[in-house]
Design a protein around this ligand. Structure first.
Ligand SMILES: Nc1ncnc2c1ncn2[C@@H]1O[C@H](COP(=O)(O)OP(=O)(O)O)[C@@H](O)[C@H]1O
Ligand SMILES: [Mg+2]
Length: 210
């Protein structure tokens, strides 16, 4: 982690667009050169963020995902910015649009079946993505799927066991809009099922509430 002094930070963010912010301040910036800077508040003492800051987790997770051929942002640097009490991860965005941005769009490929197959691949690769919702999955210009916002992810050496898989679907169904879209037809369910052998249809239907 590199310490960034305030002058360098303010020149870096000159001309940036604020993509996400809350009452505490900026959260995600698109810098003038098209790269992104995601800021994380330094948490109080005695949280796990002290041992492994979110910005560093984000960068480590990208490395793990890339090693498993799962597309995600390309990390440039991880910073500590004491002047604004933030850590930051600087990356090149994964080209494409999030599935949430595409919800109403008429795409030539069947996104629900792709997503079913993709989630099966993540699970097979031992990846438990807690922020698995449509705002964090990107369709790339090559018509493949990838992940953004990867700070909250756990990696196992073996394929995920059944309980974790089923629990992961709850994350995916958290938002009503996502749930309605995902369950519009059986494509997600069928493609997930046909790309793995751990869960059967009855278990998956139960987890999806259908
Ligand atoms: N291809 C992309 N790569 C990275 N971020 C993207 C991409 N497309 C859109 N974004 C936007 O960047 C912003 C940051 O996303 P994210 O890292 O998920 O942060 P958060 O969900 O914490 O606000 C969001 O507004 C997201 O929609
Ligand atoms: Mg997000």
């Amino acid at each position: 982690m590199q310490t960034l002094d305030p002058n360098v930070y303010f020149s870096l963010r000159e001309g940036a667009d604020v993509l996400e912010a809350d009452r505490q301040g900026d959260k995600v910036l698109r810098l003038a050169d098209g790269s992104m800077l995601k800021l994380f508040r330094r948490k109080r003492l005695l949280t796990s963020a002290l041992w492994s800051p979110y910005a560093k987790r984000f960068a480590d997770n990208c490395q793990t995902l890339q090693a498993r051929d799962i597309e995600c942002p390309r990390i440039r640097q991880v910073y500590r910015i004491p002047a604004i009490e933030r850590d930051a991860v600087h990356y090149d965005p994964l080209p494409g649009s999030t599935l949430r941005q595409l919800l109403g769009a008429d795409t030539s490929i069947d996104l629900r079946s792709r997503l079913g197959e993709f989630i099966a691949r993540l699970h097979q690769n031992g990846i438990y993505f807690r922020s698995a919702h449509l705002g964090n999955v990107v369709l790339t210009p090559g018509n493949t799927l990838g992940l953004i916002d990867v700070a909250d992810l756990k990696v196992y050496r073996k394929p995920l066991r059944k309980g974790l898989r089923l629990r992961n679907f709850k994350h995916m169904l958290r938002y009503r809009q996502d749930r309605e879209w995902l369950l519009q037809d059986n494509q997600f369910l069928e493609h997930y099922l046909s790309h793995q052998k751990v869960c059967n249809e009855r278990e998956l239907r139960l987890a999806l509430g259908i």
